[in-house]
Write a protein of this length. Sequence first.
Length: 736
Amino acid sequence: MFDIIILGDIMHFIIGHYKKSIFESDNGYVIGLFKEIKVDNDNMTQYLNKMITFTGYFHNLNTSDTYKLIGNFIEHEKYGEQFNTSSYERLVPEDSDSIITFLSSDLFKGIGKRKATKIVNVLGEKALDMILENKDNLYLIPGINHEDVNNINEQLINYQNSYQTILYLNDIGFNNKDALIIYNYYLEKTLNIINENIYTLINDLNEISFRKIDEISKKIGINRDDNRRIRAGIVFTITEICNLIGHTYVKKNELYNYVVRALKINLTQDMFESNLEFLLNKGELVQYNNHYYIKEMYDAEKNIAIRIKNISQNKIQVKSLINDIKDLEETLQIKYNDEQKKAISAAINHQMLIITGGPGTGKTTIIEAIVNLYSNINNLSTQDKFEKIHLLAPTGRASKRIMETTNFKASTIHRFLKWNKESNQFNINELNKINCDIVIVDEASMVDTYLLDNLFKGLPLHTKIILVGDQDQLPSFGPGQVLKDLIDSKLITTIKLKTLYRQGEGSDIITLAHNINNGINDDLLFGRTSDVQFIPCSFDQVMPKVLEICASLKNFDNSQVLAPIYKGYSGIDALNKNLQTIFNPSQANKKEVLIGDIIYREKDKILQLTNLPDENVFNGDIGFIEKINIKPRKEIFINYDNNIVRYTPASFTNFKHGYAISIHKSQGSEFNYTIIPLVKSYYNMLYRKLIYTAVTRCKNKLYLVGEKEALIMAINNNSNDIRQTSLKDFLNEYFS
């Protein structure tokens, strides 16, 4: 499903009748059939009196009305030609036949065509206006009783009010999509809700943001120091801090200062305290140890702790697996070391296990062994194996990588839990669990608090849970640091892998990564080896040097530039613009399209920015533009490992160039050649975990380009990304 937004294409209107719905969502999104009786120009006459498919956001469509749909025709890759509606009008019936059809429709129960005809014969073509002006006019009609009068009048008022409410929402600043989402949720209570507290919309509707409501609240006369605004501002501030910084709570003194900055008012301490108390009493916020939480976040951390406590009480019989592991070694032609054997045995003999280690310590080898050993011990058929064992990862690229290295199917956690993008809900949940024996989550450092909570909710208590990851990498993009907190709690059995396998193969990348992680500055940082090269240069030479290296590589399929920030002379945006000229210069045979101020052309490398589970493409996936269509409408087809996804102007914001990407976006991926620019102007983002994560993304050849001081600064800075979380505290509380 896609947003109904038109960018750059010519708008048209069509007039006709709604016939039926093929799909309707809870928030008013409709895919349906429409028969046209009028179009806006001669180029569209082929649609006259034809049944077409339409999409858009609507309220209470009915077959008796005439509608004017405003939008344009698109070609959907799966469903063919559709009229993509950006706004619509419900046309009031004006001629006698239309009014009779309208009054005899299902909207007016018990009226029928005979009574409707009598009404029009007596009141004429102004019948609807006359009824709205004075319902007693209906008593002029022979055979109309008191019940009919009240029924017609009430339905007509409701019919009129719904449309007027939507127009009002448009008038105060909501676009048509938002107006319909709001009205479809509140119906006749909409105006009361708006008047009582417009900020209520933020809690009830995921699609409506605080900033949007705050802007509109000015238009309807809400003062900047109104208590309703302050309360919404407090909730918004905590949510923003948690989402942007990764905390799961905010301390009281920090919260006051943040709220003052967010609301831009002279907020007294008393005003702040009283509104904070109101939110606590109402249950929107939770206070624990002078920490303030959004209730959902508090519940998520608590739920994880409770689940782990329950898991700890689910004892299983410990088995000796010495002979089974020997058999597995012979089958797979591999030799496991003692560390690995310990991890493999622990996975079978524990209800929950954490396996952690840096790059080159054999984590993937252990995952493959666990899958095979569990299958052997339980005599699982191929089909049973796929149903009983699930490999998961937080991103699409991470799930593809673990699938390729283990030869076992894997998916993202969102796909496994059947995430619904539109409602932001998981269809696999505490009321609809998925029955399986064992779930292994790779790249677990990337799993945030909400996601782990939802994963636990969707699994029966008997399911084994194995988390595999590198606790020293960057924490999750979302709130929390669950892997670190679980390990630090010392309450879950944890196997720490220390033996470096790839080091024995002469990998200086692995050695460098471990040295960075341990805060060691040695000659390897600035020397030149077979797979690590530091190229010192001044700030203004970083871009030319990066371009020079990339030009020498030629093949951008296997190379990746990683940078800490987007803006600035050597930021991601500038790098992408320049790298496009190296890897994919303009050519006569390549179509291109301008989106904003960025040129996209066929064969460009692309980074996906959002999850689109219906298309099997996820945030962080990298693909290439396969084809661009300019006419009759703009379309971009992007190939993600032979999965071709079609984008229209409505979804062009879902991707950007992928020649250079952020280090955060690179998590879960590996690249043959990695180029990392380093300059002191990145100082806000120069810290150990970030550089360590970037280095561990490289498999074959690593280029560090820039200022020596910047790299040393990053390695010495181990204080960034310290998150405020409570999971460890809750675990200790439950296990004490």
